[in-house]
Design a protein. Sequence first.
Length: 343
Amino acid sequence: MKKFKVCALLMTGIMAAALFAGCGKKDAPASSDKKLVIGVSLPTQREERWVRDKETMEAYAKEKGVDLKIQVADTDVAQQASQVENLISQGIDVLVLAPADASASAQSVEKAHAAGIKVISYDRLIANCDLDLYMSFDNEKVGELQGEYITKKAPKGNYIVMAGAPTDNNATLFKKGAMKYIQPLVDKGDIKVVTDLAVDNWEPTNALKIVENSLTANSNKVDAILAPNDGTAGAAIQALSAQGLAGKIPVTGQDSELTAAQRIVQGTQSMTIFKDTRELGKAAIDAAIKFAKGESVESNGKVNNGKMDVPSSLLAAQVVDKDNLDKVLIDSGYLKKDDVYKK
Ligand code: GAL
C-alpha cells in the first residue's frame, strides 16, 4: 500500500515535470515528430555491392521517414575521416560507418562517441575502439565457402592465392576461412601456393598485375586462383584470357556482381558468393533508428575487435555457381535474367 502511494506520488511528479518541460519547449516540435538523422559513411562506390548498399539504405530510410546523410570516401582514409567529422557536426543521431581502414577509423568512432553518437560498424569491423554494434556477414564462413569450393575443383596443383586489402578486416577473415581448406592440402604436398599476395585497395589493376606476373613466373602452370571478390576475379580472368586459359582453371569470387554472374554463365568464373546486401542495409537502418530512439538493439553474437567483444549481428552467405545461379540470384530479384544472359 505504502509502495503504491510512493509510486503514485512519483508518477504525479513525473507527469508534472513532463508538462513543465512541454511548456518550456513551446515552439519546438514534440519529440516524436522530430525526424531522426542517420549519418552513413561508406568506403567506396567502386564495387557494385557498395552502390547497392547505398541505394538500399537511401530507399529504406525514405520508407522509414528518417533523414539519411550519406558520404562516400572513395577508399581514401583522410577523406573518410573528414567526412565523418562533417557528419558529426551536422548533428546526426547515429553513425553507420564502413571503414576504408579498420585501424584508422577508430579515431572517427572516438569523435562520434565524444559527441554522444552511437556507432555501428558496417560490413567491415573497426579495430581497437569501443563500438556499439557490428553488422556484417559471417566473413570467415565466406572464405571457407571459397576454399572448400576451389579445393574440390582443384585438389592438387599450383595455386595463386590473393587476399583483399590489408586494411580491411574482412580480407583477413576471408583468407583465414579459405586457408582452412587450402593449407591441409599444402601440408600434404598436393597443393603448392606459387603466389600469395594481398591486393592493395581491392584494386582490380593490382590483381591483374599479380596474376600476370605469376603466370609468367610459372610458365602458365597454374591450376587454380583464389580471388577474394568479383573485382579481383575479373582481373584474374582477364590475365588468364590473354594466355588462352580463361575457363580452363577454377577462379573464385564474391559479391554476386552482374559481370561475375555473366562470367559464371560463360564458364570463365567458377563461383561467387551471394551476400544479400539489401538485407544488411535495411537491418543497419533499423538498428540505427532503435539506437536513435534510445532503444536496445538485438545481436546474435560477439566479435572481438582488439579492444572489446563487440555485440554483433552477422548474416549468412551462400555459394553461387552455374547450378544455382538462376535460383539464388535471379529468382530472389537480386539480378535480372535479361542482364545476366545478355548476349
Ligand atoms: C569487403 C566486402 C566485400 C568486397 C570488398 C571490396 O569488405 O565485404 O563484399 O566488396 O570489401 O569492397
